[in-house]
Ligand binder design. Structure first.
Ligand SMILES: Nc1nc2c(c(=O)[nH]1)N[C@H]1C(S)=C(S)[C@@H](COP(=O)(O)O)O[C@H]1N2
Ligand SMILES: [Mo]
Length: 458
């Protein structure tokens, strides 16, 4: 134990307000008393002497309510995010970032069943990320007085704790901001979204694990200190501050309440529900889609068979009609000799129809009815009936113009080279003459305007 220092937090002639948390018996940690006095003279405005944060609602119980909500939901956001990384096929080098060392869940072949698996993991990741924004902001609001303590740290342990909070708060804000900008296709930042969001997540995960380990007992104690049911029955007139304690969250000099505790919970919960209602339509076809006003991809469209979301149009991909016209051929390689097929030859093969979703990494998805040739039949035709993988290339130059499919993805009975959608020929924007559509495959790998498929043996 360090010896008790000479009242390092006290400035001559002024009494210490309770909210600063600085008692007169602070240890000196080996620094001379003059050091603490000098720090005290440099106390910036707002840092505790005149209480700035006076809401009567702040306190360990309220903070812990928000904390508990995040503790339950954030793991889902994290796990779905890490699963989506695996869905991209990092073992084929086609997940971004390509090299993550050991910072990943154990790799496995992404399944093709259920067909809506990626729609679920990606949809949940994006939806929950949006819905948690009010809760994160409320939690930050509830602990904001802690940012304004002076001196900023008194011990090495406190320095470490506060640095971990910088990573925690910075981490979640970074992930939310980059995530939201990405689903809006709004690349105002100069860095590549994917590595930044991925490694940012790991910074946050590390800080979160430390934070939970340190704070879990405090949270449980605080949650037990009041009954949620009683709070929900308490109106504004009976709202009193939580009892003052060592947490530094309860205002020393609170203003009268303008909102009850249940009012704050309703405000934050209501904010989350509203965001959910305005966002869920991007993953669910039908009525909710019309409410998806926050989302940039295709809220309302016509009634034609090809009237559903387009991420990249044929024009935006730099394709001319001559690329996709009668001169187009599909080439199949990997077998004893290459095979070339035109669209008529593909249409003459056995056709298969499947109802499958396209689920984009930006969170939107839509289910359509696709008809075309089974990839397994094309593999057989190419002379590689049981390929280890299939490499698909597009006519498009640059951009998302190729993909590698796992064996299970190439051989699934619903994995198609689609020629038609909803009973009509694919439109140029949806990949005419032919596109890949595979159950549970991330949207970006459903390559449009396919030019060749190379079946690789195991
Ligand atoms: N050749 C090619 N295929 C592509 C793309 C592309 O840019 N080029 N975009 C992909 C992405 S990101 C998605 S989400 C889906 C969108 O399919 P849709 O436009 O038919 O809805 O197509 C995928 N196939
Ligand atoms: Mo996408």
């Amino acid at each position: 134990m360090a010896s008790a220092g000479p009242s390092p937090g006290t400035h001559a002639g002024e009494s210490e307000p309770r909210s600063t948390g600085a008692s007169t018996d602070q240890p000196s940690y080996g620094f001379p008393a003059g050091f603490w006095r000098a720090l005290e003279r440099r106390r910036p405005p707002g840092f505790g002497r005149r209480p700035l944060w006076r809401s009567p609602l702040r306190g360990p119980w309220l903070t812990s309510m928000f904390g508990a909500a995040l503790l339950v939901s954030l793991p889902l956001v994290i796990i779905t995010g890490l699963l989506d990384y695996i869905a991209y096929g990092p073992r084929f080098g086609q997940a971004i970032p390509a090299n993550v060392g050991w910072l990943h869940l154990p790799y496995f072949d992404w399944p093709t069943r259920p067909a809506w698996l990626f729609r679920l993991t990606e949809g949940l990741h994006v939806l929950l990320g949006i819905v948690l924004i009010p809760v994160v902001l409320a939690k930050l609001w509830s602990v904001v007085p802690k940012l304004f303590v002076w001196p900023p740290a008194r011990s090495l342990a406190q320095v470490v704790e506060r640095l971990s909070l910088v990573l925690l708060v910075g981490g979640i804000l970074f992930e939310l901001v980059t995530g939201v900008l990405n689903i809006q296709y709004d690349y105002v930042f100069r860095f590549n979204f994917y590595p930044a969001h991925y490694f940012g997540a790991w910074v946050f995960i590390g800080a979160l694990v430390v934070h939970v380990a340190v704070k879990l007992p405090t949270m449980v104690r605080a949650l037990r200190s009041r009954s949620l049911r009683a709070e929900l029955r308490t109106g504004l007139a009976d709202t009193r501050p939580e009892p003052a304690d060592a947490s530094g969250l309860v205002a020393a000099d609170p203003t009268p309440p303008t909102l009850s505790r249940r009012g704050v919970l309703a405000l934050v919960g209501g904010g989350s529900l509203l965001l959910a209602a305005l966002s869920v339509g991007q993953t669910i076809d039908g009525v909710p889609r019309r409410a998806a006003v926050l989302l940039p991809r295709g809220r309302s469209y016509g009634d034609g068979p090809n009237d559903f979301q387009v991420n990249k149009t044929a024009a935006a991909a730099g394709l001319r009609s001559s690329d996709l016209g009668s001169g187009w051929r599909l080439s199949l390689t990997g077998g004893p000799r290459p095979v070339e097929l035109d669209r008529a030859a593909l249409l003459a093969m056995s056709q298969h129809t499947a109802e499958l979703p396209i689920a984009c990494v930006e969170g939107w998805s839509t289910t359509q009815i696709w008809t075309g040739v089974r990839l397994a039949d094309l593999a057989t035709l190419a002379g590689v009936p049981t390929p280890g993988a299939a490499h698909v290339r597009s006519v498009q130059v640059g951009g998302f113009n190729q993909t590698t499919l796992q064996r299970n993805q190439a051989l699934d009975p619903d994995a198609l080279l689609a020629l038609r959608v909803n009973g009509a020929d694919l439109s140029p924007n949806h990949g005419y003459p032919a596109r890949i559509i595979v159950p549970a495959l991330p949207g970006v790998h459903n390559t449009k305007w396919v030019k060749s498929i190379e079946f690789r043996s195991a």
